[in-house]
Design a protein around this ligand. Structure first.
Ligand code: SF4
Ligand code: SF4
Length: 238
């Protein structure tokens, strides 16, 4: 009963912040996560991952990450005031490079799928039954032991749909569903400031690529210039 009250409190908190979809996954649900993406590496003793998402308009917008991150911080503070530990998992930046690929802090889509927010699609995004792939995700790791939410059973991509794969201008999405993050980000994140910094040899000697990348991108996600895989997805126009 106590657990249920806590879950309801979290849900109400998120609803109050304008976040319509949320769920909980238990850390044991993804046991084979590589060490570099391990929740334990971020928060020792983490037991639950609270995942949530906000829809973006059909006309597109990529400026909501900061408000998601602020909510994540506030939720952490509320949890810690009750005597548990919590750590925000930011929706986008800062990024890291792992084996020459770009990644966020933790792969939120996998945890959000476990938490019942949606299903992974052929373009590697998470689709929600109400909003399709028009959602931005955030989350909080906590030492609170919460009841996992029910997972969605049905696939959302129609079996014969390949629209996102065919629309990608740089062929970043394979038919197997594997997405080449580097191809996507190099194309969709093309940014004049980044190009300027990378052309400067001294800059490259003095700073890591991650530092340059996160300096350019952290407070403004307006650098994304491609959203073709979102625009063509039939799930986004229901
Ligand atoms: S955002 Fe653009 S480049 Fe990236 S996968 Fe989608 S269509 Fe391809
Ligand atoms: S465009 Fe089609 S295949 Fe791609 S995510 Fe949307 S429904 Fe799935």
């Amino acid at each position: 009963m106590k657990k249920k009250n806590t879950e309801a409190e979290i849900n109400n908190f998120l609803k109050g912040q304008g976040i319509p979809i949320s769920g909980i996954s238990a850390i044991w649900q993804l046991p084979d996560v590589p060490e570099v993406f391990s929740p334990e590496a971020i928060l020792k003793g983490a037991k639950s991952f609270i995942c949530y998402g906000v829809p973006i308009p059909k006309g597109y917008c990529n400026m909501l990450y900061r408000s998601l991150d602020i909510t994540s911080n506030q939720l952490c503070i509320a949890i810690e005031e009750k005597g548990h530990l919590a750590s925000p998992v930011y929706g986008c930046y800062p990024w890291k490079t792992v084996e020459h690929e770009f990644w966020g802090l933790l792969p939120l889509v996998y945890w959000a799928e476990q938490a019942g927010l949606g299903k992974l699609t052929k373009c590697g995004l998470l689709a929600n039954p109400n909003y399709g792939t028009r959602i931005l995700l955030g989350g909080v790791l906590t030492t609170l032991d919460l009841e996992p939410s029910e997972k969605l059973r049905d696939e959302l991509c129609p079996p014969d749909c390949l629209d996102c794969i065919e629309a990608c201008p740089v062929d970043a999405i394979e038919k197997t569903g594997k997405v080449d993050h580097n191809l996507c980000i190099r194309y969709s994140g093309a940014n004049p400031l980044m190009a300027h910094l990378l052309a400067d040899q001294k800059m490259k000697e003095n700073f890591t690529f991650e530092t340059i990348l996160n300096t350019v991108g952290v407070d403004d996600h307006g650098s994304y210039t491609c959203n073709k895989c979102l625009k063509v997805c039939p799930l986004n126009y229901r």
